[in-house]
Design a protein around this ligand. Sequence first.
Ligand code: NAP
Length: 318
Amino acid sequence: MTTTKDLKEEYKVVIIGSGCAGYTAALYAARANLEPIAFEGIEPGGQLSLTTLVENFPGFPEGVMGPELMDTMKKQAERFGAKFVFGEVTSVDLSKRPFSVIAGEIALKAETLIIASGASAKLLGIESERRLIGHGVSTCATCDGFFFKDKELVVVGGGDSAMEEGTFLTKFASKVNIVHRRDKLRASKIMQDRAFKNEKMNFIWNSAVQEILGTKEGGVTGVKIRNLNTGEIWEKECQGVFVAIGHTPNTRIFEGQVELDEKGYVVTKGNTSFTSVPGVFAAGDVHDTRYRQAITAAGSGCKAAMDAEKFLEEHELD
Ligand code: NAP
């Protein structure tokens, strides 16, 4: 583990983020002798470190556990000299090169910057959700599923995340109710089939969770569900609520400095990782609104490191 006193004042490549994109960028930059440093954020390993079995990352015929995959990616980058720092980058100044990067007490300069800060779980935005998060309301089945043995749960969402989380939760829960706002799932066919076949899964269509019932002390006791077609509101007993309605990109610190799209994702140019700022590159979910897969994130981390290497060759700093 790199400590503050081991840090240099300036780096050729600084990476913000530590998911598949950040680790792969670190691996490629390290193998190009660029001695990269990566800020891992407060969730090292990114989204895969919060998941269970990953079955679609090539090279693992039986699947691989997400946290294990991330750990081995990090070790592979470290073997070639990449350094990792735990902690969140709090601000950047991209107005001139070398760029400034500040993470709490750490301040350093970056000749090039790779943004691989990923995306975070979205919330419903209701008061009871905020109040009960960590007390029966969760966005991470892998982290919290274990606490709901033989309990009845509600999972909100209709995408792959909701199906994956819901299916995983049936390992512990007595029943998992998927509450979805439409009458069709957005999830991929294979995930839908798996969920529909699971006897512990129940689907509540055209519905929204209007309120989560319970207290911090006693946990969740139920939800108020509104039928979006009829307006009817009814109560469903449950002991936990998992919100799985997608993610928002972690780009707040780049606002006004790098071009973002209307949803806040970093805009990249053509088939490259170039952003609107020369010397700043983006990789992974922070710029990908279309594929958002572990393997595409890894691929884009590779592209960003190669783009940074080429940029450094062409723009030597005096
Ligand atoms: P997503 O595909 O954007 O799905 C989000 C779901 O939540 C949608 O069904 C959406 O409803 C619903 N939703 C959004 N905002 C809501 C709100 N405020 N209230 C209620 N419901 C709301 O997100 P995701 O499931 O996280 O998946 C993101 C990407 O990661 C996808 O490309 C997915 O394929 C991928 N992924 C893959 C795997 C895997 O292959 N193992 C696992 C997880 C995710 P609508 O359908 O009405 O829009």
